[in-house]
Design a protein around this ligand. Structure first.
Ligand SMILES: Nc1nc2c(ncn2[C@@H]2O[C@H](COP(=O)(O)OP(=O)(O)OP(=O)(O)O)[C@@H](O)[C@H]2O)c(=O)[nH]1
Length: 600
């Protein structure tokens, strides 16, 4: 039953909060299940307690699982609280006073697969939030020839393997250690690590067979006890502080908050301040709910009401006016403090998470404040400017905002883990706003970057289509088919592309003279619009007479308007063929002999 007010001002050590991160399919869920599963078996009934969104494993259960690896008298922390939703998404959502809510993290890496994009993403998040972590090198049972020893400590099971299997495992583990070092972490097998503050311990495990799970729990417990004990000292009876994990509609309760409480207590009927979409929400707690123990789930109610609850714990809070609450936002119990002060505190914490926006950029929508911040960081790194960043589903209003962007590449919405409302989708189609949706940050950014590249390529193509390109060609001897009106001569194209309807010039030294307009091209008897370097074609030029303005053997050029020459040299030099670039250079050289600034 709930603790009542018998412990006013009691200092206590709270349970460290543990989060699990890693690349998709590397075994985060399996590992959490295994940890819970083995502790259910090892512990007495009810020894592990299910919270809302988290599972608490008390010290005596940890020490039973860990067996000889742990001496429980070395510890006074109450155990470990595992956040049930793995992945860096929930990790970034769960913040506390500007930092990460999780005190420690497990980074799961598949021994066969090594570091993958989301592993690196997780590492960056851990670095940024300065969260200590251990690496669980998972799936050791898949090393070919592995003979499993269910739930055994890892060194013991490792030594029981053949030499070949042991060295195969070592090889994979050293690869992971190498990858950690590439990321700037000094790492080693956990049993060789003396100081876990400066070094990352790698724990080989199998979420399938439970091998190494005792070691993992031991390392986590040791890490917390040795280096975090001071942070775990809280006033258990002080006013509660927590973070919203999820905002959820619950039958019979209306909109509720799943909250991870990391400090103090929260009691029924108390006034709380919660971070909301526009302004902090002030409301009174109607009910504090915990999951009913498994054995009792016979009735409809999945929840059990409690009068109060102390940190660290996961609870559901029912209260009026919670519709605008945001996942990732702070929750504060007011108690005997000045309410305005608490509101200011919540506001300050929210503003810390606010993303820096610019006048020009894309629109970002995300499901939680933490994920919004994580995306903003990733976008900052990728140098993608943000015009507006908000928590919530994609609504018509967002499309309107995105459609006002002046650049096409900014008429976009990056939506992370949120829904697109039906009328918003329709409006996006009508207004050429491009929507990107994903539950994975790096994919969202990758897809956007690909789109930008594609747009730029298309834009360049249209520019190239509308621009006169350089070409140099020579009238062949004995190839005058018609003297004038128009002059028809055989030519060899020496460089570039000759195009119909362009002007033709001839240089007298460095002075260009326009001789006429190219009206037609024939290649082997067929009319064509253009012809490339290396070909011999006949061309019809309106204007000159052969023998007067032009002669057989003359070198002629497509006339380049100065503006086109400038665009070609400054922006498109990488996009045109080498021969064309050479022709451009020769043309520019000639023009610049007279006017050094021509086309600059
Ligand atoms: N043989 C073996 N298979 C494992 C182990 N851990 C996980 N698996 C398998 O790997 C697959 C992915 O495991 P999950 O636990 O779903 O991975 P996850 O990281 O939670 O994946 P997401 O939640 O999709 O990101 C499943 O088929 C698991 O059964 C392990 O230690 N050994």
């Amino acid at each position: 039953m709930p603790d009542t007010n018998t412990r006013e001002n009691e200092r206590g050590l709270r349970t460290p909060i543990v989060a699990v991160l890693g690349h998709v399919d590397h075994g985060k869920t399996s590992l959490l299940d295994k940890i819970r599963g083995s502790t259910v078996i090892e512990g007495e009934a009810g020894a592990i307690t299910q919270h809302i969104g988290a599972t608490a494993i008390p010290l005596d259960v940890v020490s039973k699982v860990a067996g000889s690896l742990i001496d429980p008298s070395d510890f006074d922390l109450p155990g470990l609280l595992f956040i049930d939703t793995p992945g860096h998404h929930s990790f970034t959502t769960l913040r506390s006073r500007g930092g990460a809510l999780a005190d420690i993290a497990i980074l799961v890496v598949d021994v066969n697969d090594g570091f993958q994009p989301q592993t690196l993403e997780a590492i960056n998040i851990l670095k940024q939030s300065q969260t200590p972590f251990v690496v669980a090198a998972n799936k050791i049972d898949t090393i070919p020839g592995w003979k499993p020893n269910e739930d055994a400590p890892v060194q013991q099971t490792k030594e029981a393997q053949s030499d070949r299997v042991q060295s195969a495992l070592d090889e994979q583990l050293y690869e992971i250690i190498g990858e950690l070092s590439d990321e700037g972490f000094s790492a080693d097998m956990y049993w060789r690590v003396q100081d876990f503050r400066g070094n990352i311990g790698v724990v080989p495990v199998s979420a399938e067979t439970g091998e190494g799970v005792p070691d993992l729990l031991t390392v986590l417990m040791g890490l917390a006890q040795r280096y975090m004990k001071e942070d775990m000292a809280i006033d258990v009876t002080g006013p509660g502080a927590g973070t919203v994990l999820e905002v959820k509609e619950e039958k019979g309760f209306g909109t509720t908050l799943d909250v991870v409480l990391y400090d103090g207590t929260i009691r029924e009927d108390e006034t709380i301040v919660v971070g909301g979409l526009d302004d902090p929400i002030v409301t009174d707690v109607r009910a504090i709910l915990k999951p009913r123990p498994l054995a009792e789930i016979r009735t409809e109610d999945r929840f059990e009401k409690v009068d109060e609850i102390a940190a660290a714990s996961g609870v559901k809070i029912a209260a009026p006016d919670l519709d605008d609450a945001m996942a990732g936002a702070p929750v504060r119990v007011v108690r005997d403090r000045d309410i305005e002060e608490v509101i200011t505190e919540v506001r300050a914490e929210l503003s810390e998470i606010e993303v820096e926006t610019q006048e020009q950029g894309v629109v970002v929508k995300a499901d939680t404040l933490g994920s919004l911040e994580a995306i903003a960081n990733a976008m900052d790194e990728a140098e993608i400017p943000i015009m507006r960043a908000e928590v919530g589903d994609v609504a018509p209003r967002d499309i309107s905002v995105a459609s006002t962007a002046s650049e096409d590449t900014h008429k976009t919405i990056l939506a992370f883990n949120v829904d697109v409302l039906a009328d918003a989708e329709k409006q996006a189609e009508d207004s050429d706003v491009k929507l990107f949706e994903s539950g994975v940050i790096y994919r969202l950014i990758e897809e956007y970057e690909e789109y930008v590249e594609e747009l730029e390529r298309a834009q360049q193509e249209t520019v190239l289509d509308n621009i006169t390109r350089p070409a140099r060609f020579q009238i062949l001897k004995d190839h005058t088919f018609r003297q004038n009106d128009p002059a028809v001569v055989g030519v060899e194209i020496l460089a570039g592309t000759v195009k119909k309807n362009s002007n033709v010039v001839k240089f007298d030294g460095n002075d260009p003279t326009r001789v006429g307009q190219l009206k037609g091209i024939q290649e082997q008897g067929d009319d064509v619009d253009e012809a490339r370097s290396g070909n011999r074609v006949s061309v019809a030029i309106d204007g000159p007479t052969v023998g007067r303005q032009i002669e057989e053997g003359d070198e002629l050029w497509m006339e380049l308007p100065e503006k086109h020459a400038k665009i070609l040299e400054q922006e498109l030099a990488d996009d045109i063929p080498v021969d064309e670039l050479e022709a451009l250079q020769m043309y520019l050289d000639k023009r610049r002999k007279r006017d050094p600034f021509w086309g600059k």
